[in-house]
Design a protein around this ligand. Sequence first.
Ligand code: HSE
Length: 336
Amino acid sequence: MSIDIAIAGFGTVGQGFAEMLALRQGMIREAFGTEARIVAAFDSSSAIYSEEGLDPMALVAAKAETGRVGDEPLVDGAAFLESIDYDVLVEVSPTDIVTGGAGLHHIRSALGAGRHVITVNKGPLALAFAELDTLAKENGAQMRFEGSVGGAMPIINLCRESLMGQEIGSVMGILNGTCNFILSRMDDGLPFEQALKEAQELGYAEADPGYDINGVDTACKVVILANSVFGIDCSYEDVDVTGITAISEEAVAMAAEQNYCIRLIGEISPERLEVSPRLVTKGHPLSVTGTLNVAQVNTDLAGPISISGRGAGRSETASAILSDLLAMMRSFVNNK
Ligand code: HSE
């Protein structure tokens, strides 16, 4: 028996995941005695399905050559998912944090049919976490989303699994690489606009960088952590959000004179959901530079625990999806 995967969205992250699955197939077979196969993939206009399984690298090559992942025209991703057989949906279509976009329909369709879901798509999670969580439970399905917050930085697993048994008082973190890159470059003396341009060139920024610099992207991640770690049923409107657009070069220079840097911090606790620029003492665990993400988890028994890693990127985000897939496969074995 194999674990059959459908991939919704075949952009950078979808392709990165296909490559990683090809790379780790031997390891998966050795660990679980079974294969994890891609049986379907679709992008915004095309789809492909084979119950025999598809060659991940051939999918990546087809996308590079033609701009499409398959030959079948795609009209409605949710309808396509309803027409095929698979075990796990990997939902990595472009994020839409206003409506949840197609990703929300795909996830509802999969969970409603009792399929497991792995997603890094922030829109559906930030808008409808409680609904999707309930839908998963009602249908005996798992929903995992490690890569949606902090990319490769395993903050959700850390809080929900490694720190099980601790009371977590708060999580404070830098959850947006674009803002951190801009603020770090401003520490080097660069003007805001030039730093933003560099961040866009590096490919970290959202399609509309306003979502990064106005704090919206960080707020979505705050909502995902609040729901998944603290069990707070909240959405974007519940977060007090201030971005970094009002941070002047003078403010950055004045902070530096006092041995501080300015960082955009997301704070999650039962009392406070906030995104705001704050002064951080240089050398503090939260004073990371460049596109790094970082989080400090404040626990009752173990005190503060900090974790840092790359918040975005092709293989980095795909590594979080792989980790979710392997955790799911382990649970299938344990529940047999
Ligand atoms: N725009 C986001 C960032 C991408 O800069 O962190 C990862 O969610």
